[in-house]
Unconditional design. Structure first.
Length: 293
């Protein structure tokens, strides 16, 4: 089993300070910022994690779509799962990608009336994930997608779930990267703060469903390569993660998928839209009021 950067030798989540130390240690090392180095590092980061049976959380975005391409090329034993509400963009894009690649896709379609129960189930789990200034609609929206996906994946007999966590940080995929004076400095800062924003959430949900996350984009060697790439190659015009999108095309992902505009999980799945409906139904004016603990 390939231990992840955020795991100790027992496969458990390391503390926040331990995570920050690991990122600081990686920052002390250097790598090559070339297309060949990036392509090879992406291939190897997936290959190191492709042994055994695994599930892939597929959204049809560049990150998970590239993982699907590499897993297929490497002959991995995997099944793709997409979570969304009826008509959601993620479901549409994932169906199209699966048809193009000739891979099996399990469509996990959630009805609007089921979302309120999912949110209520998440509340007791997510109390330990809240930090000052956190966007609760993001926390609950992303967690809802994972809750539904991990539930089906676990019941389908899978113990390992691969996803795209980390890509936004190392390839500058967030709005704050575009606003930063130094793009890579913002990437490093975001990596260091991932524990409270992402890792504790995913750890809690993984433990709930007795699975573990596999995260090729948080591979130590890939982080080194990605962070050697200049910021101006990561954001070109309005397009974020530009160098990763180029690499995805080189590695076999059709350009329409590689350059699909970013939609965060809560939006591409329509969970955010469902949360807004519930908020209004229950008489709240703001989503954070409905979601507050």
């Amino acid at each position: 089993m390939q231990l992840e950067l955020f795991e100790d030798t027992q496969g458990s989540l390391i503390p926040d300070q331990g995570w920050r130390r690991r990122i600081a240690d990686i920052r002390l090392t250097q790598s090559i910022a070339s297309d060949d180095a990036l392509d090879l590092s992406l291939i190897e980061s997936v290959h190191r994690r492709s042994d055994g049976k695994l599930a892939l959380l597929l959204s049809g975005g560049v990150d998970s779509s590239l993982l699907a391409v590499l897993l297929k090329k490497q002959g991995a034993d995997f099944r793709s799962f997409c979570v969304g509400l009826p008509g959601s963009p993620d479901m549409d894009w994932s169906v199209r990608l699966a048809a193009h690649l000739g891979i099996h896709l399990e469509k996990v379609i959630i009805q609007y009336d089921d979302v309120e129960g999912i949110i209520d189930s998440l509340r007791p789990l997510l109390k330990d994930c809240v930090y000052p200034g956190q966007n609760l609609s993001v926390l609950f929206g992303v967690s809802a997608v994972e809750w539904v996906g991990l539930d089906v994946i676990s019941r389908s007999g899978f113990k390992t779930v691969m996803g795209g966590l980390g890509s936004e940080e190392i390839f500058a995929g967030y709005s704050r990267h575009g606003l930063a004076k130094d793009i890579n400095e913002e990437c490093w800062s975001g990596l260091a703060s991932m524990w409270g924003r992402d890792l504790i959430r995913d750890s809690i949900l993984a433990n709930r469903f007795k699975v573990r996350f596999s995260t090729p984009f948080l591979d130590e060697d890939l982080i080194r390569v990605a962070m050697a790439i200049p910021g101006e190659r990561k954001i070109v015009g309005a397009m974020k993660k530009y160098c990763l999108r180029q690499a995805a095309v080189r590695l076999g992902l059709p350009r329409e998928f590689a350059f699909r505009p970013k939609q965060a999980a809560q939006y591409g799945s329509y969970f955010d839209k469902a949360i807004e409906r519930i908020m209004r139904k229950r008489g709240f004016k703001k989503k954070f009021e409905y979601l507050s603990f």
